[in-house]
Write a protein that binds this ligand. Sequence first.
Ligand code: FAD
Ligand code: SF4
Length: 474
Amino acid sequence: MEDRMSEKTGKNDQVSRQPMPEQKAEIRKRNFEEVPFGYNEELALKEAERCLECKKPSCMNGCPVSVNIPDFIKLIKERKFTQSIRKIWERNALPAVCGRVCPQESQCEGQCVLGKKGAPVAIGNLERYVADLERNSGKGELPPKAKPTGKKVAVVGSGPSGLTVAGDLILKGHDVTIFEAFHKPGGVLVYGIPQFRLPKEIVFSEVNFLERLGVKLEANVVVGRTVELDELFDQGYNAVYLGVGAGLPKFLNVPGENLIGIYSANEYLTRSNLMKAYLFPEYDTPIVKGKNVAVFGAGNVAMDSARTAMRLGADTVRIVYRRSRDEMPARAAEIHHAEEEGIEFSLLTAPLRFTGDEKGRVTGVECLRMELGEPDASGRRSPVPVEGSKFRLDCDLSVIAVGSGANPILTRSTEGLGLTKWGYIIADTETGKTTRKGVWAGGDIVTGSATVILAMGAGRAASDSMHKYLTLGW
Ligand code: FAD
Ligand code: SF4
């Protein structure tokens, strides 16, 4: 690395990180259009030039699926954009998605050596650039497929982990069908993450790519209810992948939580994103449009809920979080964007109870101030109530975004599937094998709520193991 620095003296450390062009906060906070516009060729080339092409690229250690980052960036420098996207596809089937939503600061960019002294290479922005270029102007060529093996695979759930498994196994010659409970595929990418962060056209284009490869999609099928897991084997499926996510909302469990105008983030975002309530009356989905909104939690889900409420016309939107800013789990970019859009933050604040009017509508929430005590099991300092600090916040809409758990519909109705005490499926971390022969699992239903790229990484590991099973045996 030292050598490369001296070879390129001045060049790399003089060019600063190219900022992402984006909609102005004042305008975007009232529309659902995507916030960043993406790099143009000039910006992408300038940013790519910053990469030092380290001999031992630590950025790759930070990427859960080991995208060959220096190689794809070098191909951008050489204007070989098609080769560049092919290089990314070798490890990552959804680069337009990951370039937008990966928490790069704690993954690839967090390990970039340039970050030690200044700003790391904008790896996510570059990944997004080549992926968008291919989608908008590429030839849409399909990769070669292996000869049919005659084996049938059922993938349950069409989130990033299920889509990864489907894409890998169809290329290996297996006959793949995805079963999805909702009417549209994509999992959280479609029902959770809002349009202004991840346009749905991108997800549908990735799904369309899989369909063109021959993957079949059966929507509106809840496995464990519409059809049992065992029936899939009776129908001739040789192997099953469970990528059903962790979409069961958690609540605060404080009095008044069932008042009108209090949503789980899951319901609020599903109404807005999947059911397109933000386009009401064009789409016939009602949603409470609060003027004074309190969102509980400080992860990506909370930021998405707060920014959605602002776009639906709120006057004030407040994130209420019981720890401090340092512990907020959301991506740095989302916190930054939320602040720019005027979202307020009530940190070190915990709810005690909601209050309502005579019609049962929420009117406010009583809270307590907190201070940080000793670290808990997660290593984060625990919030401790400050005595006598009770105060009230007014709100006419509240969204609870304090995490989610395993949905029991499939797991409870399936015999022989080992579960953790929290209801997540027990699966081998290397292979995704569950305790049932012929059944694999991965993504949030195994790890609990995590990230898109980790769910995809789990899908990749499972598809390798499933392919071995389908061709060589368990
Ligand atoms: P999911 O994406 O949850 O997909 C599971 C699918 O299975 C769903 O479509 C569901 O309908 C279907 N399903 C469930 N049960 C059944 C059944 N019985 N039969 C048939 N189908 C079933 N991660 C990031 O990396 N960056 C972010 O910025 C980010 N933001 C997020 C914002 C929100 C609002 C949320 C909720 C999550 C966010 N995440 C983010 C986390 C990330 O989206 C998840 O970790 C990831 O989607 C998990 O993928 P998965 O494939 O395991 O499950
Ligand atoms: Fe970084 Fe995510 Fe791309 Fe890996 S997939 S290089 S972590 S943006």
